[in-house]
Design a protein around this ligand. Sequence first.
Ligand SMILES: [Zn+2]
Length: 373
Amino acid sequence: MLQSSLRLGTVAGIRIGVHYTWFIIFFLISFSLYTFFRQQHDDWSANLALATAVITSLLFFASIILHELGHSIVAIARGIRVASITLFIFGGVAQTEKDSDCAATEFWVAIAGPLVSFFLAGMFYVLGILIGSYSEAVAESLAWLASINLMVAIFNLIPGFPLDGGRVFRAVIWGLSGNATKGMNWAVISGRVVAYALMALGLVVVLQTGMLLNGVWLAAIGWFLLAAAEASGQKFLLDRVFDRVLARQVMERDVPMIAASLSMTDWIDHYVLTSGQRAFLVEDGQRVTGLVTLSDISKITREQWPTTPVRDVMTPVEKLHVVTPADSITEVFKFMRAHSLNQVPVVDGGTIIGWIDRDRLLKILRLHTETGR
Ligand SMILES: [Zn+2]
């Protein structure tokens, strides 16, 4: 998400950028501020209204970056690297390299952003008192910045994940129950409730007030939050399942085995086509000497099948890519992807003790998703 962004600079090792969708919201906010200023102050020139609108809008987005920096600096202090902060159509997002590893971290990282926004609201308010009397435009700009930052803080504290308030909610459940999965499950539910509520509210706004843009905007934010909540929930589950489950737990122990002297014809006709298995271990005497898979048949012509033993086309054990029983599924998946394998033998002390294939992994993964465990 948000890969293609325009780079603005780097702060504390964090890349700051804007996604191209940001220009839409920047234009919308500048334009509505301009219209507002023109309506409120008919003595202002068009240029004054425009300059005030654009500068105010830029200061607003600077405030959003500071909000995200608030999250980021706490994250970094707690050992989570932050790669980038990106402004986009729905606000700002800080991209961290990993999820919080404890409830306290999740809590402090989440709360830091709204605290920054509250602080900015107060700062703009005080500045308005101090220097507002010099210029009406400055006073208007500071007043708007104070109230918008207050709204950003309050909106983000709505307890619907992945809003900051939802992350606080997740941290509280996680902290109280001591169970990260429980925290995330409840967080996703909170996210759904708030997302649907925003969509419904958007519809009400359109029907009741006729303010089409505002209504569609609320609904779009709801839709975005829903997608983000579901995606975070799934990623969380996958990461946990993948790291927790070991190769030995999911491997197939019943490894299909054939004799090295078996001809290719017999192997295909009596083993592959009757079992549906694509890969077999090859046994020579008492030892497993290799692996033969359907993709090996391209090594010889069809005419050679009856006279070629599987030992001539198999991949010998020394050349096999294998995993160990203690490898996590994360590692197994990475390994399979790196070597473009569909199946991988599990080897313990030089002996093949099991077998993992991609279909089996995906099936098991689906079961984890279905049962939420
Ligand atoms: Zn935030």
